[in-house]
Ligand binder design. Structure first.
Ligand code: NAP
Ligand code: GDD
Length: 333
């Protein structure tokens, strides 16, 4: 039985990856933060099958103790401050976790367990003010926010460890991937949640947006830049690519994407259209949600992953939107 260690197991990707690895008969170990309130909404259904340890990417002592005890065959470093918008408000904190935190996990793993295979969660945000369209593994990076800079630091140091120490460290440059487990501060959840409210005739929601206000207020959702473009896939499909990367004979880097891009406006049209509504009746622009700088247009070319990993995204944009609207309707009911 192989042992996998997942940082960020309570997050969207961590929970889907844990499910996948349990199905593959791994012993799954997760690092969870010590919080004042339990935060297991995404893993409650599999909690009995997991081995959870308290630790923090800010604290190398806890990381060392866990990795020494567990001796994982595979380490998936998914933990991060993952909101690019928040990284403008908390840039140093973001760098501490998303950049240096990744370095800590990498360093402790190499030191304690050099035979382990390591996965680093890199991001399409690193392409930033994009140098070409679509983006692939050879596209130059040009980060446009503090989160992207932190991810690029983690990415670069992972590559240096691979080359310098003959360490099996791979990374996926993942484009946006979403699901009903996505935090409500991300745009796909905001829009599909608002569409669900519109469908159910809810005027003001009890769930909150990234500013801590009702996400749907007086029959409207407040959004930022509707012209931004993203390549959106389904998280359940994307975690499979992470696992495939660590089953290869040699470490490598892969773009994981659908190859399709859509604007936020198109997302609104699709989600509200699905519940028989006109999106323009429900969306207002609020300057607070417009970022100081915008990334993209992001669209990835997953040809290398298709060829080498034999990975293809299964869930289409329209189906993803439906899945998320339906899940939000169920949540609200
Ligand atoms: P997520 O839902 O925000 O999950 C982040 C996880 O990191 C949570 O489990 C969180 O724990 C944990 N975490 C945060 N700070 C920590 C700390 N100091 N110590 C230990 N754990 C900490 O993110 P996701 O969407 O699953 O994404 C997974 C990874 O892929 C992230 O690194 C993200 O930046 C990257 N990524 C995501 C996408 C995407 O579209 N989803 C695309 C490219 C790359 P709590 O539950 O305690 O907050
Ligand atoms: N969050 C948010 N809220 N975004 C909005 C809004 C709004 O009200 N209105 C428009 N947007 C636009 C943003 O400006 C951005 O261009 C796009 O919607 C997507 O924003 P998010 O859903 O917040 O995600 P992200 O693309 O910034 O970051 C996600 O994907 C990255 C990969 O490209 C995160 O999962 C990152 O962790 C990940 O690395």
């Amino acid at each position: 039985m192989k042992t996998a260690l997942i940082t960020g197991i309570t997050g969207q990707d961590g929970s889907y990856l844990a499910e996948l690895l349990l199905k593959k008969k791994y012993k799954v170990v997760g690092i969870v933060r010590k919080t004042s309130h339990e935060n297991y909404a995404n893993i409650g259904h599999i909690q009995d099958d997991l081995n959870l340890y308290q630790g923090d990417l800010l604290d190398p002592v806890s990381l060392r103790e866990i990795i020494q005890k567990v001796k994982p065959d595979e380490v998936y470093n998914l933990a991060s401050q993952s909101h690019p918008s928040e990284s403008f408000k908390q840039p140093i904190y973001t760098t501490e976790i998303t950049g240096l935190g990744a370095h800590r996990v990498l360093d402790v793993t190499l030191d304690v367990n050099p035979k382990a295979k390591f996965y680093q969660a890199s991001s399409s945000e690193m392409f930033g003010w994009v140098k070409e369209i679509p983006q692939n593994e050879d596209t130059p990076f040009n980060p446009a926010n503090p989160y992207a800079v932190a991810k690029l630091y983690a990415h670069a140091i992972t590559k240096i460890y691979r080359k310098s120490y003959n360490f099996f460290a791979s990374y996926g440059i993942l484009f946006n991937h979403e699901s009903p487990r996505r935090h409500l501060g991300f745009v796909t959840q905001k829009v599909t949640y608002a569409a669900a409210c519109a469908k159910l005739g809810i005027r003001t929601s009890r769930h909150l947006n990234e500013e801590g206000e009702p996400l749907f207020k007086n029959g409207k959702v407040s959004l930022g830049n509707l012209d931004a473009k993203r390549d959106w896939g389904f998280a359940g499909d994307f975690v499979e690519a992470m696992w495939l990367m660590l089953q290869q004979d040699k470490p490598d880097d892969f773009v994981i994407a659908t190859g399709e891009t859509h604007s936020i406006k198109e997302l609104c049209k699709e989600a509200f259209g699905y519940v028989g509504k006109n999106w323009e009746d429900f969306v207002v622009i609020d300057k607070r949600f417009i970022r100081p700088t915008e990334t993209g247009p992001l669209v990835g070319n997953p040809a290398k992953a298709k060829k080498i990993l034999k990975w293809t995204p299964k869930t289409k944009f329209k189906d993803l939107v439906k899945i998320m609207v339906d899940a939000n309707i169920a949540r609200l009911k």
